[in-house]
Design a protein around this ligand. Sequence first.
Ligand SMILES: NC(=O)c1ccc[n+]([C@@H]2O[C@H](COP(=O)([O-])OP(=O)(O)OC[C@H]3O[C@@H](n4cnc5c(N)ncnc54)[C@H](O)[C@@H]3O)[C@@H](O)[C@H]2O)c1
Length: 263
Amino acid sequence: MKLSNRVAIITGASQGIGAAIARRFAEEGARVMLADILDDDGKSLAGELSASGHDVRYVRANVSSESDAKALVEQAMSAHGQVDILVNNAGILRRTSWPDIDIANWNEVLAVNLTGVMLVTKYVAEQMRARQRGSIVNIASIHAELTGPGVAAYAASKAGVQILTRSMAIELGPDGIRANAILPGYIRTPLYMNDANRATGGNPGPFIDAAAARVPSRRVGEPDDVSGPALFLASDESLYVNGISLAVDGGLAIQQAGTNPAG
Ligand SMILES: NC(=O)c1ccc[n+]([C@@H]2O[C@H](COP(=O)([O-])OP(=O)(O)OC[C@H]3O[C@@H](n4cnc5c(N)ncnc54)[C@H](O)[C@@H]3O)[C@@H](O)[C@H]2O)c1
């Protein structure tokens, strides 16, 4: 098992990509702290994985709150005495367009997607530095590099996560801590489906088919498509990988305009 004797904190782990990563890490031997604000789903996932013999606990933590971020890391330390892996996965998507960008919407997105990454990392990095080891995996988005209409705050937050990852890699690298980003494309999760439903008035099928047609791999991704790359970056399989952005998008972002059938 690739994560034996490791303790992992995964934010936004009650559903979607975070839940898939949590399952995968637990199966690879990690003791996992699930952090989220969706208590019922988080507790139910922790219960299910614990019943299969894994050490998985749920902690309510709003990543945009400094006191929650601090308390989360304190709980991990008191339960396990160490934190080896942090996956900053919690994120929200709120649509708004120029010139009507709404300040409340902007602040909410930046607070969770960008400030949340900084806050949890701040408290985890203190502990990792004390042990001179650790791996931080930040779930950004292809919107860090390429974007479209209606997602200015989201894209800005994800570009922020990408550069923050590089800053972590540079400053924490000398202490044995690595930080890398994953840039997912279309991944079928509650976040993606809610957005597809909103965009289509509740008939997302053709929207998803059109998305799949834009992807060289010709499908929309599933949460487990992200858990393998996250495992690679979290584990010792990637000890000399630091500061990268790993696209997990079926090839979506490498295309020249007009080279795919969906345009
Ligand atoms: N699904 C996609 O297509 C896609 C693509 C690119 C990037 N991403 C990114 O992947 C990550 C996971 O997204 P997902 O698609 O699984 O979304 P999701 O909505 O299905 O799951 C996100 C989880 O984060 C939690 N969360 C939200 N705000 C939080 C907060 N303040 N504190 C703690 N937890 C909070 C939610 O409760 C939820 O459990 C996000 O950062 C998202 O931006 C997703």
